[in-house]
Design a protein around this ligand. Structure first.
Ligand code: AMP
Length: 173
């Protein structure tokens, strides 16, 4: 199983969710047991021997890979969610999109001071989502050890918004 096979399995869906966007559909990776395992293993290998306290997963496709990673590493999971989804007290971060804004939220008691946290999402595009997730983790006194994404759209320069954050992306377009 190679990263090339993983990359080839990602399906382009033009004009989704709106005209002009080429959506990188990771569901063919999920459908294939070996590719799904490889995706999680690639992330897990990054953190063998590291002390990680929590895996923070970004709504919604980050949940898939991140929960498998947390299970594999034997650490806890923190959902970072769209507004109105988490039932307890939250802090929120808003970020700019091409048109309008988005917001992410996390429970106020999700991290302990000084926790070492890995953030997981499926894809890094403009970086706004990841930047908001980093801000939420740091506002609660925890430290971002790494941002792990399966796919990076490097032409959108998301890393520029993430100065000082280690970013790992096995598949780059
Ligand atoms: P951004 O905030 O621009 O980095 O967008 C990243 C978030 O939006 C991730 O949670 C992705 O799942 C989703 N996303 C953005 N662009 C795409 C795309 N072209 N294909 C698939 N997902 C995308």
């Amino acid at each position: 199983m190679s990263i090339e096979l993983l990359k080839n399995a990602i399906r382009d869906v033009p004009d989704f969710p709106k005209p002009g966007i080429v959506f990188k559909d990771i569901t063919p990776v999920l459908h294939d047991p070996q590719l799904l395992r490889l995706s999680v293993d690639l992330f897990a290998e990054r953190h063998t021997g590291q002390h990680i306290d929590k895996i923070a997963v970004i709504d919604a496709r980050g949940f898939i890979f991140g929960s498998a990673l947390a299970y594999t590493l034997g650490v806890g999971l923190v959902p970072i969610r769209k507004p109105g989804k988490l039932p307890y007290k939250v802090i929120e971060e808003s970020y700019e999109l091409e048109y309008g804004t988005n917001t992410l939220a996390v429970h106020v008691d999700a991290f302990e001071e000084g926790d070492s946290v890995v953030i997981v999402d499926d894809l890094l595009a403009t970086g706004g989502t990841a930047q908001a997730a980093v801000a939420l983790v740091e506002r609660l006194g925890a430290n971002v050890r790494e941002l792990d994404v399966l796919v990076e759209l490097s032409f959108l320069n998301g890393r520029e918004k993430l100065e000082g954050v280690n970013v790992y992306s096995p598949i780059v377009f």
